[in-house]
Ligand binder design. Structure first.
Ligand code: MG
Length: 191
């Protein structure tokens, strides 16, 4: 079976939701994470395309010096990382050990109608991540992502997983929480 992002996230939810702090990307990715398994430890980033990886990175940095730092997983997309490519070099130079970028690469701007991105052409985000200085970079497909994520959660990062999926999304309702509530709930859940 070829996964779309929804099937991928459904497969990964049992190992990551409530077990890591999740920062999910604007649009359909956040709606899908919410639909599959809501948790106060999920931060649905509803306002800033391109910045899910950066927000998660800063959060992981703020926690990394604690005794047993929580893992932070940024769930980002190919279109978003392409519009904030500097994030890869920031992760390459400053990425803390408790940070994972789960880059769901469907080769499309999924939340605006599946227009193709450059990863459906000649651009290789895993290669760009490696060239940016990130040592632990993995390319995965379908059910293969789960074991790689599990391994990354148990070892020091920063890690980047480029999970290749097909474009397309189920029809879901918007998340019925306002951003301020999501923020406050998340802040309480971190402590
Ligand atoms: Mg995409």
């Amino acid at each position: 079976m070829t996964y779309r992002r929804y099937e991928l996230l459904k497969d990964l939810a049992p190992i990551m939701v409530d077990k890591a702090l999740i920062v999910s990307n604007i649009g359909f990715p956040s709606q899908e994470v919410y639909d599959i398994q809501d948790s106060p430890k999920n931060f649905y980033m509803l306002g800033s395309m391109g910045l899910s990886s950066s927000i998660g990175l800063g959060l992981a940095q703020s926690l990394v010096n604690e005794d047993d730092p929580q893992t932070v997983i940024s769930i980002d997309g190919d279109g978003s990382v392409l519009m904030n490519l500097g994030t890869l070099s920031t992760i390459g130079n400053y990425g803390p050990k408790n940070y994972i970028l789960l880059l769901v690469d469907n080769g499309a701007y999924g939340s605006t109608g599946d227009q193709p991105t450059h990863t459906s052409g000649r651009t290789d985000l895993a290669g760009m991540a490696r060239a940016a200085g990130i040592e632990s970079v993995h390319v995965t497909h379908n059910e293969g992502t789960k074991a790689v994520l599990e391994q990354c959660m148990q070892t020091d990062g920063p890690h980047v997983i480029v999970a290749k999926v097909a474009p397309g999304s189920p029809k879901l309702k918007p998340i019925p929480m306002d951003p301020g509530y999501i923020r406050d709930r998340f802040k309480l859940a971190i402590k």
